[in-house]
Design a binder for this molecule. Structure first.
Ligand code: PLP
Length: 369
């Protein structure tokens, strides 16, 4: 049996007719940027989140960059950001001339550790980027209190958390602004690059919309300099079709997670992901902590099972951030996690028998070593 890590073609096949119709419609329309589909996708996405504003942009990294820029983050500012994330979460801070201040994560939930964040504050700290990593929502109540107490902007990185929730709050609806990615492998993925920014704040949303379009809402308006970062009609058409299925796909991921929980619950050598009782985790990744992680990964690969590591080197230890001169001891949790974490296949189209095969193979590995 083969178990790929993800199978995007299988998802396309499951809704091929609808996608093909939408794509053909865009092609025939002759309007490829900023037209009907972008508009209607932005409205539909905002409505589903129950938030006032959604701005389609080129990708998730730009969504973060534009969010920070709209909040006027600039040289001399510091922004708190988790030590375990995709590099975009740190890159965008430096790109504005500000300083990324890495904070260790909680060892059970993989989200930013607010106790350690308190210790990383300085007079220059302006904002915190909270990443709902792997689909696990951050604890909003504590996060809001932290931001209010220290007068910080809250930016949510929802690239891995489309419609996750903590208590009754959906991810993306609590921060001053939130960034989503629709990179193809994300829970809601386009067929190319795409992203969006959402905010309840109209002024901020307006600023983001202008920043993403050379400083204006129309072609020849340039109130300030911006960039070119737009969601295009083709991606918006594809996303409009896929948005109708996201609840069903997230539910499938949650089902798969439950199967992993029930079949792997007794394996002492691994720790399964934990989540607070009131959290809705959407399992963008199903990340276990495993003894002899590398040997397990090789063993599974030999059995036709592809796994991945998110991420093999935590951000402060990447060559890109060597200039910050961090040592292992600055981030003991992520330092240890990077050698233990393993992401198992968990995409909606995965079959029950494939998950059983993954679980059996993991048990076999620990029996035979
Ligand atoms: C994917 C991702 C991004 C960036 O999204 P792109 O669309 O690839 O630019 C940012 N943050 C996190 C946590 C991500 O996983």
């Amino acid at each position: 049996m083969k178990v790929p890590f993800i199978d995007l073609a299988a998802q396309y096949k499951s809704i091929q007719q609808e996608i093909d119709v939408a794509v053909a419609e865009v092609m025939a329309s002759g309007q490829y940027i900023k037209h009907g589909y972008v508009d209607s996708f932005e409205k539909a996405f905002a409505q589903k989140l129950n938030i006032a504003n959604c701005i389609g942009v080129g990708n998730g990294t730009d969504a973060l960059l534009l969010s920070l820029k709209a909040l006027d983050i600039k040289a001399g500012d510091e922004v708190l950001t988790p030590a375990l994330s995709w590099i975009s979460t740190a890159e965008v801070i430096s790109q504005l001339g500000a300083k990324p201040v890495f904070v260790d994560v909680d060892s059970d939930y993989f989200t930013i550790d607010l106790y350690k964040a308190t210790k990383a504050l300085s007079k220059k700290t302006k904002a915190i980027i909270a990443v709902h990593l792997y689909g696990q929502p951050c604890e909003f109540h504590a996060l809001k209190l932290f931001c209010e107490k220290h007068d910080l902007f809250l930016i949510e990185d929802c690239a891995q958390a489309h419609f996750s929730a903590f208590a009754k709050s959906l991810t993306g609806t609590v921060g001053d602004v939130a960034a989503f990615s629709f990179y193809p492998t994300k829970n809601l993925g386009a067929m190319g690059d795409a992203g969006c920014v959402v905010s309840y704040n109209h002024t901020l949303a307006d600023k983001v919309r202008r920043l993403a379009n050379h400083g204006g809402l129309t072609k020849n308006e340039h109130l300030f300099e911006g960039i070119n970062s737009r969601l295009d009609e083709l991606q918006a058409a594809i996303l409009s079709v896929k948005l109708k299925y996201i609840d069903q796909w997230n539910a499938a991921r949650i089902n798969h997670a439950e199967q992993y929980f029930s079949e792997l619950g007794l394996v002492n050598e691994i720790q399964l992901p934990k989540k607070p009782a009131t959290a809705k985790h959407t399992y963008h990744q199903f990340v276990i902590k495993a003894k002899q992680r590398n040997a397990l990964q090789d063993y599974l690969a030999n059995k036709g099972i592809t796994t991945d590591i998110h991420y093999p080197l935590a951000l402060p230890f990447e060559p890109a951030y060597a200039y910050l001169q961090h040592s292992d001891k600055d981030f003991p949790v992520v330092y240890q996690l990077q050698n233990e974490i393993l992401s198992l296949p968990i995409y909606p189209e995965l079959q029950h028998a494939q998950i059983s095969y993954v679980c059996e193979s993991i048990k076999e590995f620990y029996r035979t070593i």
